[in-house]
Design a protein around this ligand. Structure first.
Ligand SMILES: Cc1cc2nc3c(=O)[nH]c(=O)nc-3n(C[C@H](O)[C@H](O)[C@H](O)COP(=O)(O)O)c2cc1C
Length: 164
C-alpha cells in the first residue's frame, strides 16, 4: 500500500459547497480505485491523505495535481507500507477547521489555529492535525477508525463533513 499526504492552497476562494462537491466527487472516484483518505481545510489550506494500491494512488495524485482550483501542492509524506490503512473509513471525507471551537475540540491547543498557513508547511505538524481530525470525526460520527482493510471506503454524507 502507498500512503501520500500532501498540502495545497486554494487558487481563489472556494465556498464550503464547492469543497463539499470536490469531496464527494473525490470519494466516488477514489472508491472505484480502492483508495481511501481524509482531508482537512483551514483558511484555504488543504492537507489530504490518500492510501491504497500504489499505482492507483499515484494516478489519483496526477489528476489532483492538474486541478487548477489549488496550487503550491507539496508532498508531506510518501510512504510504502504493509501496515493497515490509517485513514480507512471513507474513500474521502473532509473536516472544515475554520471554526475555532471545532479546532479546539478536534485538535486541542488553539495556539497554531491562526497560523495554520505557516505551520502547515511543517509535515509533522500537518500530519498530526490530520490524524487528530480523523480520530475526532470517527468519534463524533461513531465509527471505528480502524476500518477493515478488505472493505472499500465509505462515501460520506454531507452532515458527516464536519464544520462546527
Ligand atoms: C484539495 C483537493 C483534493 C482533491 N482530492 C481528490 C481525490 O482524493 N480524488 C479525486 O479523484 N479527486 C480529487 N480532487 C479533484 C480532482 O482534482 C478532479 O477535479 C476530480 O478527480 C475530477 O473528477 P471527475 O472527473 O469525476 O469530475 C481533489 C481536488 C482538490 C482541489
Amino acid at each position: 500500500m502507498l500512503r501520500i499526504i500532501f498540502r495545497s492552497e486554494v487558487t481563489s476562494l472556494l465556498s464550503y459547497t464547492d469543497i463539499q462537491k470536490i469531496c464527494l466527487a473525490s470519494a466516488r472516484n477514489n472508491r472505484k480505485f480502492n483508495v481511501t483518505g481524509y482531508m482537512v481545510e483551514c483558511g484555504g489550506v488543504f492537507v489530504e491523505c490518500l492510501e491504497g494500491p500504489p499505482e492507483n494512488v499515484k494516478s489519483t495524485m496526477k489528476v489532483i495535481e492538474s486541478d487548477r482550483r489549488h496550487h503550491n501542492i507539496a508532498t508531506l509524506l510518501h510512504h510504502r507500507t504493509s501496515h493497515r490503512r490509517a485513514f480507512g473509513v471513507w474513500s474521502m471525507n473532509v473536516m472544515f477547521l475554520d471554526d475555532q471551537l471545532l479546532w479546539q475540540r478536534a485538535i486541542g491547543s488553539v495556539h497554531a489555529y491562526d497560523r495554520f498557513l505557516e505551520y502547515s508547511r511543517d509535515p509533522a505538524f500537518s500530519i498530526g492535525v490530520l490524524a487528530r481530525a480523523y480520530r475526532h470525526a470517527c468519534a463524533v460520527l461513531r465509527v471505528d477508525p480502524a476500518a477493515p482493510t478488505a472493505s472499500r471506503g465509505k462515501i460520506p454524507r454531507l452532515k458527516q463533513m464536519l464544520r462546527d
